[in-house]
Ligand binder design. Structure first.
Ligand SMILES: NC(=O)c1ccc[n+]([C@@H]2O[C@H](COP(=O)([O-])OP(=O)(O)OC[C@H]3O[C@@H](n4cnc5c(N)ncnc54)[C@H](O)[C@@H]3O)[C@@H](O)[C@H]2O)c1
Length: 259
């Protein structure tokens, strides 16, 4: 018996560095997986690789009709929807607030925040039809503090926290739990490739050396926590926020010379 047998899971940004790890793990633990993403080539390839119990659906999280089609695809392919992972997200090209144009601000807020709002809005009735389930929103450690040059991203991830808490209150009586994960710096294209409009990647100027656990996170680190939160093992956990950052937020792990 697997943890997610007979359950259907929709992962947004499901072809990305973390999303594809989540999709593979849910599938390995018995779930039917619906891979939602704007990258149709990668989505079709991942669905083909997994074979049975996997579908790709072209999902732009900023578009409510696209959400309706994705949830409908999950229900018609597998008979219901039990888990939604709001994982799709983008970063802004680094720039101080004074040099951040409104189009950039709006694009980041649209994908990271409005996309999560629409996901909860459209998926909630389906989760209710399935007699309850779980939603996990992927925010960021940047949603817990300030980060110079990343105002749109920081603001979007802070806002996801308020959305999570509100949704948890609204949906708890229907057996739907809603939680947030705050990953630190995870080795994916997100940090290894420049954001749209940027020339440098975060990995070019960011070192994990001061972290308590001095390495970048791997997608599977996040996946393991995510699967716990989405599973019945976490049946009394809702409205909560889980940091997974190797100690990044603790501050620098200065090593005193003791010898
Ligand atoms: N990698 C990190 O260091 C890090 C740290 C903290 C939080 N996060 C968050 O983790 C999540 C996953 O990021 P990742 O590291 O896997 O990055 P990634 O760039 O590898 O994946 C992001 C995915 O989102 C998809 N996407 C972008 N716009 C979309 C849209 N409008 N609709 C649907 N899908 C869309 C992309 O096609 C891609 O597959 C994001 O929410 C990100 O903000 C990442």
């Amino acid at each position: 018996m697997n943890r997610f047998d007979d359950q259907t899971v929709l992962v947004t940004g499901g072809t990305g560095g973390q999303g594809s790890s989540h999709v593979r793990a849910f599938h390995a633990e018995g779930a039917n997986v619906v891979i939602g993403d704007i990258d149709a080539d990668r989505g079709a390839a991942l669905a083909d690789e997994l074979g049975t119990r996997a579908r790709f659906t072209l999902l732009d999280v900023t578009d409510e009709d696209s959400w309706s089609a994705a949830v409908q695809a999950a229900e018609s392919a597998f008979g219901g929807l039990n888990v939604l992972i709001n994982n799709a997200g983008v970063q802004n090209p680094p720039a101080p607030i004074e040099r951040t144009d409104q189009a950039t601000w709006s694009r980041i807020l649209d994908i990271n925040l409005t996309g999560t709002f629409l996901g909860i809005k459209v998926a909630a009735p389906a989760l209710r039809r399935a007699a309850g389930g779980a939603i996990v929103n992927i925010a960021s450690t940047m949603g817990l503090g300030g980060t110079a040059q990343y105002a749109p991203y920081v603001a979007s991830k802070w806002a996801v926290r308020g959305l999570t808490r509100t949704a948890a209150l609204e949906l708890g009586r229907d057996g739907i739990r809603v939680n947030t994960i705050h990953p630190g710096v995870i080795a994916t294209p997100f940090i290894q490739e420049p954001a749209a409009g940027a020339t440098a990647a975060i990995a070019d100027f960011y070192s994990p050396e001061p972290f308590a656990i001095p390495r970048l996170g791997e997608p599977t680190d996040v996946t393991r926590l995510l699967l716990f939160l989405a599973s019945s093992d976490a049946s009394f956990v809702t409205g909560s926020e889980y940091v997974i950052d190797g100690g990044l937020l603790l501050g620098p792990a200065l090593q005193a010379e003791t010898a």
